[in-house]
Design a protein around this ligand. Structure first.
Ligand code: UD1
Length: 418
């Protein structure tokens, strides 16, 4: 499954179910080790990042098994507190295990998480919040050794609302004595889902979804079943695909409220959108218009993860759309690939200006990162002729069955083994 081949230009019709959220299940998988018993995660997406987390859990001594789309994790016999370098390098989210391992065992040893294609992604905030809880962290030669025999809850203000640092702090605080109050916490829905999971196993966490989160540590835990929330970025991708290719599609297993900035942009550009009871319907016909200026921001602002995807949907729009990427330094690497298809995009520092062109042409392109890869799928559906997308392992980090789903909607799309 090396390449995806798309013959673009066909409108999309029908309905598709959205998978469970990658960015929710990864911290939840780390959180499973807080409970020395069994948890069941329903609606767990089959993703390469999930498999990477499972390899870490198994290395730590957990029993993990799939039953369809349920993942059962039993952490009662956890026997290690270290994560080897090759597992840390597989994905950046592996760093979320740090807070969870410290909370459960009081020791942790790991290297720095995998490099990333979005520019520098430091973990200074993760480490400083753990230190504030009382963890002793020593770093040498890219290796971190942490001891936290006695962590104590306190008020911690994050300098920026980092998603990962918020999650790491919540997990570590579950093992700290007394109450921790996180101020300027990230408000992403995935953090609320992590809270829901933690509450299900007996932890006392409240406030997620707001910028103040309170955690009472060292609560007794118990077995639980949790359903992973729907993936709002996968939903945004399929909405953008319909906007790009035209047609009418209903998504189910979505939360309309999580997508309000994305649907507002698509509406501004001319799509008709309605939502109810876990469903969203989008209708697009003719060329799109402009979406004005899109500025990425922490939730509830426009998600940086949907920036490339929306950009791809607007390449054939009439008019100009301006993107301002405020979260990551280097998040326009997909632009060169989109230009190969005839897109008119100019980039200066963190600003990208998309001027709509009447037509896109299929081309040989390569995924530069996960969401940049998804943008190529979207553009390929709108382009005339054949688009061959290489480097699709990036896409499989976050999309369970993109070819199956888009095919079901009528796209001419297939895997190639070349
Ligand atoms: C998470 C998401 C990712 C999304 C991002 C922003 C997961 C698995 N990944 O990533 O898909 O694009 O949120 O919504 O949930 N920063 C620091 N120091 C730190 C931590 C972060 O300077 O210690 C900076 C980052 O470099 C970045 C900004 O803070 O510029 C936001 O990053 P953060 O919210 O932490 O993103 P992630 O948790 O890595």
């Amino acid at each position: 499954m090396n390449e995806i081949i798309i013959r673009g230009g066909r409108p999309l019709e029908g309905s598709v179910r959205v998978q469970g959220a990658k960015n929710s299940v990864l911290p939840i998988l780390a959180a499973t080790i807080l409970h020395p018993g069994q948890v069941t995660l329903q609606g767990c997406p089959h993703l390469s990042d999930v498999e990477a987390s499972i390899r870490i859990l198994r290395h730590l001594g957990c029993q993990v098994r799939w039953e369809g789309d349920e993942l059962l994790v039993d952490s009662s016999s956890i026997s290690r507190w270290d994560i080897p370098d090759h597992l840390m390098r597989e994905m950046r989210s592996s760093v979320i295990f740090l807070g969870a391992i410290l909370a459960r065992l009081g020791w942790a040893e790991m290297s720095y998480p995998g490099g990333c294609e979005l520019g520098p992604r430091p973990i200074d905030l993760h480490l400083s919040t753990l230190r504030k809880l009382g963890a002793d962290l020593r770093e040498s030669g890219g290796q971190m050794r942490c001891t936290a025999q006695h962590m104590e809850g306190r008020e911690i203000a994050l300098s920026i609302p980092s998603v990962g640092a918020t999650e790491n702090a919540i997990l570590a605080a579950c093992g700290a004595e007394g109450e921790t109050v996180l101020v300027n916490a990230a408000r992403e829905p995935e953090i609320k889902d992590l809270q829901d999971f933690l509450q299900a196993i007996g932890c006392q966490v409240r406030g997620a979804g707001s910028s103040t989160i309170c955690i009472r540590g060292r609560c007794p835990t118990h077995d639980a079943v949790h359903t992973v929330m729907p993936d709002r970025i996968v939903a945004a991708t399929y909405l953008a695909a319909v906007a790009a290719a035209g047609g009418t599609v209903e998504l189910h297993n979505v939360d309309y409220r999580h997508l309000s900035t994305v649907t507002a942009a698509l509406h501004e550009a001319g799509c008709r959108i309605s939502g109810r009871d876990g469903r969203i319907t989008l209708h697009a016909s003719g060329r799109m218009g402009s979406a004005g200026t899109i500025r990425t921001a922490p939730y509830p602002g426009f998600p940086t993860d949907a920036q490339a995807i929306l950009m791809a949907a607007l390449l054939r729009g009439q008019g100009t759309t301006v993107f301002v990427e405020t979260i990551f330094e280097s998040r326009y690497r997909h632009v060169d690939e989109l230009r190969r298809m005839g897109a008119d995009i100019s980039v200066a520092d963190r600003v990208a200006v998309v001027t709509g062109v009447p037509k896109l042409s299929g081309a040989d392109v390569r995924c530069t990162d996960l969401r940049g890869g998804a943008a190529l799928l979207v553009a390929g559906l709108a382009a005339e002729g054949t688009t061959r997308i290489g480097g699709v392992h990036h896409i499989l980090r976050g999309y369970e069955e993109p070819v199956r789903d888009l095919k079901e909607l009528g796209a001419e799309i297939a895997w190639s083994e070349n």
